[in-house]
Design a binder for this molecule. Sequence first.
Ligand code: XMP
Ligand code: MG
Length: 173
Amino acid sequence: MKEQIGVMLSSSEVENRISEMAAAIDKAYEGKTIHLIGILKGSVFFMCELAKRMKSPVTMDFMSVSSYGDGTKSSGIVKLNKDLDESIEGKDVIIVEDILDSGRTLSYLVKLLGERKPASLEVVTLLDKPDRRVIPVDLYMTGFEIPDRFVVGYGLDCAQKYRNLPYIGVIEQ
Ligand code: XMP
Ligand code: MG
């Protein structure tokens, strides 16, 4: 059966919110170079849109972890697939992630990167599903709190599909 995608958050809603987030980060980090760490692959669209709107000097690196299989169920285990290219020692680091769900991925990353002596370490996500939290994570900022629905688009996938949708959608069977 062909999947129908409903719109949860339109392109303009997402983009307006990202502009607000970029301005708030610039204000809080005034005078600092911000080292953005994008978590592949889901964060890529959000990371680009956020970075494009930031006026602070920005450097970037990427990491890849997996906690989900190919479907919509968590495996519960976080695996490091690709580490950073550069050291983060002494840098003002912001981890940029698509969505905070159970908290397993981000709590693993905060612990791992926190041990590498960054000057500061914060987490920013486009989406937050607070109802699903298993492990608490301190979010510096999130774009939207959303209900417990599996979402796609803006980098988020279902079995690698739909990442390129320019809005946040929900799959309606
Ligand atoms: P945890 O549970 O570790 O999950 O906080 C974070 C990762 O799980 C993926 N995830 C989703 N991916 N639609 C997706 O496409 C969703 O609704 C969803 N919820 C969680 C995502 O990769 C995220 O980085
Ligand atoms: Mg992800």
